[in-house]
Design a binder for this molecule. Sequence first.
Ligand code: CP
Length: 307
Amino acid sequence: MKDLISTKDLLKDDFKALIAQAKHFKELNLSEAKHEDKLAGKSVIQAFFENSTRTRMSFELSAKRLGCDSTSLSPAISSAAKGESLLDTIKNLEAMQNDFFVIRHQKSGAAKFVAERSKAHVINAGDGCNEHPTQALLDLFTMSEHFGSGDAIAGFESISGKKISIIGDIFHSRVARSNIYALQTLGAQITLFGPPQCMRYAEVFGSKRAKNIKEALNDADAVIMLRIQLERSEDEVPLPNEYAKYFGLNASNIEFLPPHALVLHPGPVNRGVEMSSEVMDSRSLVLEQTQNGVAMRMAVFSMLAQS
Ligand code: CP
């Protein structure tokens, strides 16, 4: 596989291989060495046309831990700000013998557009409302570790049939899409729930839709809470207080969630809106997800470098 654009392009064996590799890299990251120079001599340009903390920093760390030269394009101070097109930008960077592009862009389809026109490997780090495949992969790795009580491969094999609820702004969420496609391939039972205006076209996924948060929580093995995508939604989303009351996870409604169920959120979290601080700090796996993101992105670089 030359590029990673969508979780739709991955088969069950691809997910399994990535989880096995991520497990290896997580152990490496916890060791003194932290480095395994599998990508020595390669280079990556992180081209983030949208804000990011977790994804950008973890791609940068993962490239460096593999011995790959990593540098960042800052669109605000690049010639993109003078009107240079995305394609001309990429072609000029490719002329520097660059091997990988990690691209985050506000337009759906931007990473695919570049991948089809570049010889370099392209990794989609989030394109508009479309997809964020490495977020879904790190979510899958995190769930697999917990479902397998530390044995991620055993946990991965148990995902088929697991009940996973995705709650929040489904319509604008690239994290939702990448998770839905991955979990469908793996045979999980997905339930979707969110404000009506954030559930537009949700029927296209063919998943169960809950009528209220109690129904979304009450037999879940895991819930993925989504961030309200205010930057994409222009007054369509309920006000924060109303959102928190009907769609947020808090100390009161978490009682509907089975004790064994996992609570995930891709971050950044609007504390007190999608999750109360109490739930976030005591029950959620947000920081484990961030930790696992470095290992999973090392696995993705390794997989693409082999092709
Ligand atoms: N989860 C995620 O994509 O976070 P960032 O926007 O900080 O990269």
